[in-house]
Design a binder for this molecule. Sequence first.
Ligand SMILES: C[S@@+](CC[C@H](N)C(=O)[O-])C[C@H]1O[C@@H](n2cnc3c(N)ncnc32)[C@H](O)[C@@H]1O
Length: 218
Amino acid sequence: MLSRRLESIKSFILKNDKVVDVGCDHGYLSIELYENKLCQSVIATDINESALDRAKKNIREKNLPIRTVLTDGLKNISTKDYDTVVISGMGTRTILHILDNKAKIKNVKKIILQSNNNRVELREEMNKLGFYLKDEKIIYENKKYYITMLFVKSANKNTKEEIKYGILKKEYFDYYNYVITSYKSIITKLPLKRFKESHALKRSIKELSKLMKKELKK
Ligand SMILES: C[S@@+](CC[C@H](N)C(=O)[O-])C[C@H]1O[C@@H](n2cnc3c(N)ncnc32)[C@H](O)[C@@H]1O
């Protein structure tokens, strides 16, 4: 059974997708997609040989013909073999390094990302790369929140609020309340001389609370 974190990625995959699971590690997502015929094709890749060996072992045990590739990001994969990119369990810097190659994402229609950090920067840079944040899912697992972002190829740009806070939904209010509580706790610990950071956090709390109220009225 997949973790809820990987389930949230799976929920964004559609039957016609040609998926590349970048940094597959154990390969669980690729295996689940292939076994349940949830997409047209899937390639499992990793930059690290021992990680890819883990995936190969799990794939072999299930006797599945899933293609695996040892590569940095999308480098050794032909663009005609994928139109959907999944990158999860990495930081924003690594994710952007992988996607920072126009030729390699020219046929891509959809990118599903789960970054460990700097999500504001990630949403902003994805808009610059020509991908629009269409949806997000937030799950809580192993005492951590995980945000899965669905980007689709589009010249449209997200609003400033969407870039900063994501796609707000009532069902994720626990997470926004957690963010507000964390900001409040940081403010109490900041020394007086860091008043600019303190003001910025207070502004964010106000903005987020206002957006939540607006969402409640919908
Ligand atoms: C924490 S694991 C996440 C595994 C899986 N994607 C998941 O979400 O459960 C991160 C994996 O990304 C791989 N990785 C890191 N940088 C990479 C890159 N530039 N290209 C491909 N894989 C990379 C690592 O080797 C590692 O196996």
